[in-house]
Structures are given as C-alpha cells and as structure tokens.
Design a protein around this ligand. Structure first.
Ligand SMILES: *[C@@H]1O[C@H](CO)[C@@H](O)[C@H](O)[C@H]1NC(C)=O
Ligand SMILES: *[C@@H]1O[C@H](CO)[C@@H](O)[C@H](O)[C@H]1NC(C)=O
Ligand SMILES: *[C@@H]1O[C@H](CO)[C@@H](O)[C@H](O)[C@H]1NC(C)=O
Ligand SMILES: *[C@@H]1O[C@H](CO)[C@@H](O)[C@H](O)[C@H]1NC(C)=O
Length: 244
C-alpha cells in the first residue's frame, strides 16, 4: 500500500517535471529562420550597421535568403561596431554612391556559414555577397588553431573577436573596424586618369605609400642602385677629368 502510494507520487512528480520542462524549452528554440536584424539589435552596439543594412535593403535580402531552403551553406556576417564607423574618416560613407554602399554592406557577408573553428578551412580569397561583375570583393581569412581569426580586405585588417551568433545557418561576428573593400578604397585613381586603377603609381609618389606600399617595395632599391651607378659613372668621370 505504502509502496504503491510512493510509486504514484514518483509518477506524478515525473509528469509534473516533464510538463514543467516543455513550456520553458519551447520559447528558446527558434521556430523560424534566424533574423540578422534581431541578432544585431540584441548586440546593442551595431546601430549604424543596422541602418546601413536597412538603407541598402540587405537586411530583408539576407533574412529572405536565410528563409530559403536552397541556400544550404548558410551565411557569415562581420558586423562592425558603432565605434568602428565612428573611427572612419568623416564623410567616408557619404562619399559612396548607393550602389557602392550596397557593395560595402555585401562585402561584410559571406555566402557560407563559418563557425570559429571552421574558419581554418576557408580557402583564400574568400568570396563575399559583393563578389561579381563589379569586382572580386573578396576577403582573406587567416586562422590559427587557438581560434585567432584575422580578416583582411587588402586595405583593412581586423581580428575577429566575439560571436553574436554561431548557430547554423547564420554566424554573426563583431569586428571593430569597417571592412573597407579594396575595390572602393584600395587605389585612389587620379581624377584625370580614369584608367589609372590598372596602372601602378609612379615611384616617388608619396600618396601611394599606403596600401600599395608593399608592392612598390622593390622600386626604391632599384632606384637607389640606379642612382649608385649614376654616382659611380660621375665619380669615374670626375677622376678622369682630374687626370686629364
Ligand atoms: C527581424 O527583426 C526585426 C527587429 O527585431 C523586425 O523588425 C523584423 O520584422 C524581423 N524580420 C523578420 C523577417 O522576422
Ligand atoms: C519563410 O518562408 C515561408 C515559406 O515561403 C513563409 O511561409 C514564411 O512566412 C517565411 N518566414 C519568414 C520569417 O519570412
Ligand atoms: C592577426 O593579427 C594580429 C595583429 O595584427 C597578429 O598579431 C596575429 O599574428 C595575426 N594572426 C593570424 C592568425 O594571422
Ligand atoms: C589573399 O590571398 C590570396 C591567395 O592566398 C593572395 O594571392 C592575395 O595576395 C591575398 N590578398 C591580400 C590582400 O592579402
């Protein structure tokens, strides 16, 4: 008798526990696709990026792609903080056309889900949503096994820190710099020469010492040796001049 009461109590207790678990588990399990805007809003420091996504309609675009079962690879978003936008030169965003702003935002979105660990498998250069007819708009990603991940556009290098979301199909990572695309900020073409983007800046042009600096590293050496030869010839001429 006592035993059957005890069994009944245990059964009731189990039933209560089960029914108590069900309602608490349900709201934490997202029923629909992830919402990039909601994730960014929750992060609390991405108001400029949210506004840019909205203005360029990349928020609705990405949300509808996330709701499309054909896009099985998922997506990765690098979300610059408000601080990152504040650190841009004043007028940087306003200097861009609407189409360039779209490319800027799309350059922060990869058509592939990467967890912090799987960045190591990325093969450079990595395509973004901006990659296409207007240019490569790729990123280079370097990762070490201790979860250090660097992203480079060729103009901007940044270390990826915290994940706002890393549940397939959407990973969102915070970055503290805006990933300025090389295509828009890499080579400042002189206004007079629209085709100059394919020609190298002349040596001695100090303005080109920024992102293109490493490419030109060999030139000063060549110039210096040419100058050395020049001085050598002058020296020989001077010596000959004295002798004659
Ligand atoms: C995504 O979240 C934002 C902000 O919470 C909301 O305004 C928007 O309607 C949501 N979009 C979808 C497709 O659920
Ligand atoms: C996702 O797509 C389904 C089917 O097309 C649609 O019924 C649903 O409203 C969409 N959900 C959102 C959040 O857009
Ligand atoms: C990432 O960048 C930091 C700072 O520039 C550098 O110290 C670090 O070695 C880089 N890590 C990788 C994996 O490239
Ligand atoms: C990106 O990686 C590719 C392939 O490794 C390399 O050819 C290219 O120079 C890199 N670009 C930058 C900007 O680091």
């Amino acid at each position: 008798m006592a035993r059957s009461v005890a069994v009944a109590v245990v059964l009731v207790a189990m039933a209560v526990a089960a029914s108590a678990q069900a309602p608490t588990a349900a709201p934490t399990t997202p029923s629909g696709p992830p919402n990039v805007t909601a994730i960014l809003e929750k992060g609390g420091q991405y108001t400029t990026f949210i506004r840019l996504m909205k203005e360029t309609q990349q928020d609705t675009q990405l949300n509808s792609q996330l709701n499309n079962s054909f896009n099985g690879n998922g997506y990765t978003v690098f979300a610059p903080t408000d601080n990152a936008f504040n650190n841009l030169k004043p007028g940087t965003l306003n200097s861009l056309t609407q189409q360039q702003q779209v490319a800027l935002v799309q350059g922060h979105v990869l058509p592939q889900f990467y967890s912090m660990d799987s960045f190591e498998t990325a093969s450079n250069p990595v395509r973004t949503q901006a990659s296409g007819t207007d240019g490569p708009y790729t990123l280079n990603i370097t990762a070490t096994s201790n979860n250090q991940v660097n992203v480079s556009t060729g103009v901007v290098d940044v270390t990826v820190t915290n994940a706002l979301s890393s549940v397939k199909p959407l990973a969102v990572y915070s970055v503290d710099k805006v990933l300025l695309p090389f295509e828009l900020f890499g080579v400042k073409a002189p206004a007079a020469a629209p085709t100059a983007s394919s020609t190298k800046p002349k040596k001695g042009s100090e303005a080109a010492s920024g992102p293109a600096g490493s490419e030109d590293a060999a030139e000063p050496t060549g110039a210096a040796s040419a100058r050395a030869v020049g001085w050598g010839v002058a020296g020989v001429a001077a010596v000959l001049g004295c002798l004659l």
